[in-house]
Write a protein that binds this ligand. Structure first.
Ligand SMILES: *Cc1c(COP(=O)(O)O)cnc(C)c1O
Length: 360
């Protein structure tokens, strides 16, 4: 039986070799005779696994010194609260760029603790575009600027530099971390849930500049203090060891692909081909401004929506899974993260073309 191609936005397809390695090691992690999930997190082997994984991430992303890498639980969604809880005591106004549904959620969560200022919004374009970063009006008393650098649902990705922004830039990179080179030093804090481009659900990577690690709001649970987590190597309590293990395998796989620079070339080609196929067809349509089209999440609609069900059935028959768009925007969406090969994207393009030909 051939493996289906899984276009799910998250949890998403893992590299086949990673899944095979998980299967191989399940009965015996590093010669111990038991699985990684059955080891104490205090075992030096697991402490070393966490340290190694952080080092791999630092090397792959080019994280300079002066940053902590934390492996936390609660998903990217918990960061919507954890960021203001930890950064508001430093003073300044929490500023947000509104690019779509995930940034809306981050803004709403911030409102529980402070008064978020929306400094740029794509709302008037129905989140198919957003003002370029050099035109954002950042207040002088900004405490931080939060950006969702890839909006997973709308398929909007920001490719800009933030170096000109004085306040710390906080980025939700959940759905495109490690998909292309990024200059980490432009950011004060980066977070990403692992289940899109890093591995499996259960761990959220937080990369935080040391000077932003300080006292949190008094109401903050100890678990949610970056300071306490950093002081305890992300092991205040039992951490998600299994998810960190999968993350370590995905990072090793990415190293073997040639790292971020190599995967970026593949990702650019995958997205270019799929957008060209959509734009060149009479049936499919993507509404996003080409300047901000995501390379990872490509939403599209069928111009004749009455064909949606038939299209999804046609894809399912070809073993292409999870192409239905998010319930809030409808239509279709192909999530083509690092683990999706160029050949697999080409299969989707061929199946889409075949459907269009038959229906024409
Ligand atoms: C998926 C996603 C989230 C939510 O992630 P959880 O880990 O499920 O909380 C937040 N932001 C972005 C950009 C996402 O793609």
């Amino acid at each position: 039986m051939t493996r289906p191609i899984n276009f799910c936005s998250g949890p998403s397809q893992l590299p086949l070799s990673v899944v095979q390695r998980m299967a191989d090691e399940l009965m015996d992690f590093r010669g111990t005779g038991i699985s990684v999930m059955e080891h104490s997190h205090r075992d030096p082997m697991i402490v070393a696994l966490f340290a190694e994984t952080a080092e791999r991430l630092k090397a792959l992303m080019g994280i300079p010194s002066g940053y902590h890498v934390l492996f936390l639980a609660g998903g990217a969604t918990l960061q919507f609260a954890q960021v203001p809880m930890n950064l508001l005591p430093r003073g300044g106004r929490p500023c947000y760029v509104e690019t779509g549904i995930w940034s809306e959620k981050a803004i709403a969560e911030c409102r529980r603790y402070g008064e978020p200022v929306v400094i740029a919004s794509g709302r008037s374009s129905n989140f198919t575009d957003v003002l370029p970063a050099d035109q954002w009006v950042v207040p002088e008393d900004a405490g931080y600027v939060h950006v969702t650098t890839n909006e997973t649902i709308q398929g909007v990705e920001l490719f800009e530099s933030y170096a000109h922004i004085q306040a710390p830039v906080v980025a939700d990179m959940s759905s495109h971390i490690l998909s292309r080179a990024m200059s980490v030093s432009e950011f004060g804090l980066i977070y990403a849930g692992a289940q899109k481009n890093l591995g499996t659900a259960g761990v959220t990577v937080v990369i935080v500049r040391d000077d932003l690690i300080g006292a949190a709001l008094p109401i903050t649970p100890g678990m949610l203090s970056y300071q306490t987590q950093a002081a305890n190597e992300s092991m205040i309590n039992t951490p998600p060891v299994g998810a960190v293990y999968v993350l370590s395998l995905v990072l090793e796989w990415l190293e073997a692909q040639g790292g971020v620079a190599a995967i970026e070339l593949v990702n650019a080609e995958k997205a270019a081909r799929l957008y060209a196929a959509i734009d060149g067809s009479a049936l499919y349509h993507n509404p996003v401004d080409p300047r901000v089209r995501s390379r990872m999440n490509i939403p599209f609609v069928l111009r004749d929506a009455s064909l949606d069900t038939a299209f999804l059935a046609h894809c399912a028959e070809a073993r292409l899974l999870n192409l239905k768009g998010h319930r809030s925007v409808g239509g279709m969406r192909a999530s083509i993260y690092n683990a999706m090969s160029l050949g697999e994207v080409q299969t989707l393009i061929d199946v889409m073309a075949d459907f269009e030909t038959r229906r024409a």
